[in-house]
Design a protein around this ligand. Structure first.
Ligand code: COA
Ligand code: AMP
Length: 634
């Protein structure tokens, strides 16, 4: 029987043998013999390729393969939508039929291997169907989270240059109906690149207006569509582009391949989540985020599990028992969500009364990610559910967990506040600013020694230089995660927060740099700083400090409202920029760098150190007074 220490050591000492063995657990059209190689087009960037001479198709693996194994009548996907009072189940046979037909619909729209298809959808099964249909014909999908506004969508259209956009007439936010089509139209108007066509799933609540010769109705096209087969693809062929926030307003298109991704997904279901074929797995996330890609759509289906696609919230749809109701109704074996969701539940149901109302006998464990699982939420969940509560750490770039408790190998104990131990395949180290390893319990930059295991990003779409500069150049031979933290004496990792301008608002990864760009664009703003401050439910929320232009006759309340609205309009309501403070000056170093971290620590009540390079130290007590009066009082 393998234990964690042996499995981990094998994966690090002999990655080729290790991953060759794991690759045997998926069905290839042509098995790879070349396990790890360097991308010859891209060797300046030291980027590795997994399984480069193998051939497979992810859609085949997720659907056809199971049917060939006799699992066609097993439930593949459950759609549960409290916001529309809809419940629907798809067997593997039924899901395959939908996917194979939609693949033909795309083909009829002249979508070929390598073409991009942008998917902007609410949490309905058609989102997953469209993703799997793209994979089937070798088209590269780029799913954009439905909460992003038209401007964000336009930026992604220009970068991905999709031939087709797939969307729906509307999404539903608790009781609010959000019409998607006007947002798609606006984004196309803003974008330089125009798609050839749009396919719109018409929902009963809203009928979208279709532009003649450009827009088509999903349901109409599907009526005459014929199911088509999956095509064999090279393992290194891109499966998808998923945009994520970096430090600037231009999002980064993380590219993931078919082969490495499929092997990693299969390995992770067994090792990290302890799931086997036929188990019911629920990732309560959104298909627009990496968790949704990996653990609502691809991994559970590749592993032959039943996955749940939930169009609702942890609370208010209709109450704080929503998660437990779903777990009980579908006999969920493992639930994966974000700490923010459980903080929202705990606030409404502090005693966990709803938990007692449902039969949760099938639920074996809870997984959390998206932000650090704070010890208070960890203890609440453990106490109220009496289940193992597992924090695990990952990012859009890695596509699966870098650290966690790999239950499928060994039931190691969890530690409150820790994201667990490194996942086999990931060599996690902590380096100081100069690239020197630090001692146990000392904080520094969390880095991953190259090569990254299968399933991680292969590049940034259209921008390998940005991949190199952003991730591979800081410390030679390492991938920079952008997170800071430490490893304790037992090898447990503590991820304490980002070291860059990325913040995490209610599980949504956002760029404060981008918010600064939007705020500074206002004609009355001379300078600004946006950074994340602690929020009890959302983990973090942005705060903007603004200096107005000299001599401008400004209505401060109006300016604050305009700035809030402008971030909402450009990024989306999820940015949750609620607090805008007008100040006289900002703390800076003599070289002009704004001391955002010091301000964040002052507001969050953390110890802070004012650097000796500060330009004028008298600003600190001045700001302290302002923060106490205007922020801490809220
Ligand atoms: N489409 C359109 N608008 C959306 C949206 C979507 N998909 N998702 C969120 N929004 C809007 C909300 O309607 C809200 O708008 P409002 O300001 O007009 O009320 C705004 O964005 C903020 O929403 P949200 O971030 O969801 O905050 P909230 O206070 O409404 O709810 C939580 C708080 C914690 C319940 C909720 O954020 C949540 O369920 N988070 C979990 C997220 C998650 O699972 N992430 C995946 C990581 S694994
Ligand atoms: P995303 O790319 O949206 O998945 O966000 C990734 C970022 O979220 C990471 O770089 C971390 O900053 C944060 N994050 C995700 N999971 C965790 C976790 N378990 N603990 C601490 N931070 C996390």
């Amino acid at each position: 029987m393998m234990n964690y220490a042996d499995e981990y050591k094998n994966s690090i000492d002999n990655p080729i043998i290790f991953w060759q063995k794991q690759a045997k657990n998926i069905a290839w059209y042509k098995s790879p013999t070349q396990i790890l190689s360097t991308n010859s087009d891209d060797n300046r960037h030291n980027s590795s390729q997994w399984f480069s001479d193998g051939e497979l198709n992810t859609s085949y693996l997720a659907l056809d393969h199971h049917i060939e194994q006799g699992r066609g009548d097993q439930i593949a996907l459950i759609y549960d939508s409290p916001v529309t009072q809809t419940k629907q189940q798809f067997t593997y046979n039924q899901l395959l039929e939908q996917v194979a037909k939609f693949a033909e619909v795309l083909q009829n729209q002249k979508v070929n291997k390598g073409d991009r298809v942008l998917i902007y959808m609410p949490m309905i099964p058609q989102a997953a169907i469209a993703m799997l249909a793209c994979a089937r014909i070798g088209a590269i999908h780029s799913v954009v989270f439905g909460g992003f506004a038209a401007h964000e969508l336009a930026v992604r259209i220009d970068d991905a240059q999709p031939k087709v956009i797939v969307s729906a007439s509307c999404g539903i936010e608790i009781e609010k109906i959000i019409a998607y089509k006007p947002l798609v139209d606006k984004a196309i108007e803003l974008a330089q690149t125009k798609p050839q066509s749009c396919i719109i799933y018409q929902r009963d609540m809203v009928q979208a207006e279709l532009t003649e010769n450009r827009d088509f109705c999903w349901q109409t096209l599907m009526k005459t569509a014929k199911a088509i087969k999956a095509i064999p693809l090279p393992a290194t062929h891109p499966l998808y582009i998923l945009y994520t926030s970096g430090t600037t307003g231009t999002p980064k298109g993380v590219v993931r391949d078919h082969g490495g991704h499929a092997v990693a997904m299969q390995y992770s279901m067994k090792t990290i989540y302890g799931m086997t074929t036929g188990d019911v797995f629920w990732a309560a996330s959104d298909v627009g985020w990496v968790v949704g890609h990996s653990y609502i759509v691809y991994a559970p289906l590749i592993a032959g599990c039943t996955s749940i696609l939930y169009e609702g919230k942890p609370i208010k749809t209709p109450d704080a028992g929503a998660f437990w109701r779903v777990c009980s109704e579908y006999k969920v074996n493992a639930l994966f969500s974000a700490p923010t969701a459980f903080r929202a539940i705990a606030k409404e149901d502090p005693q966990g009364d709803f938990i007692q109302q449902y039969d949760l006998s099938n639920l074996q464990r809870l997984f959390l990610a998206g932000e650090r699982l704070d010890p208070a939420t960890y203890s609440w969940l453990k106490d109220k559910t009496q289940l193992p509560v597992i924090d695990h750490w990952w990012q859009t770039e890695t596509g699966w967990a870098i650290a966690g408790i790999p239950l499928g190998i060994e039931n190691k104990t969890t530690k409150a506040g820790s994201a667990g131990v490194p996942t086999p395949g990931f060599k996690v180290e902590i380096l100081d600013g100069l690239g020197k390893p630090v001692a146990a319990n000392e904080s520094g930059n969390i880095v991953l020694k190259l090569p990254l295991p299968p399933g991680c990003l292969t590049t940034i779409w259209q921008n390998p230089e940005r991949y190199k500069l952003g991730y591979l150049s800081t410390f030679d031979g390492y991938y920079l995660t952008g997170d800071g933290g430490y490893i304790d004496e037992d090898g447990y990792l503590f991820v304490m927060g980002r070291t860059d301008d990325v913040i995490n608002v209610a599980g949504h990864r956002l760029s404060t740099g981008e918010m600064e760009e939007i705020v500074s664009a206002h004609h009355d703003v001379a300078e600004c700083a946006v950074f994340g401050i602690h929020d009890q439910i959302k983990g973090q929320v942005p705060l903007a400090l603004v200096i107005t232009k000299n001599g401008a006759n400004i209505d401060k309340t109006l300016l604050q409202a305009e700035l809030r609205q402008s971030v909402r309009e450009k990024i989306g309501a999820i940015a949750s920029l609620k607090q805008v403070l007008i100040v006289e000056r900002l703390p800076k170093t003599r070289s002009g760098k704004i001391l955002r971290k010091v301000m964040r620590q002052m507001i969050d009540g953390e110890p802070y150190q004012v650097p000796s390079t500060i330009d004028d130290v008298s600003i600190i007590p001045e700001l302290d007074k302002i923060f106490k009066k205007d922020i801490l009082a809220i």
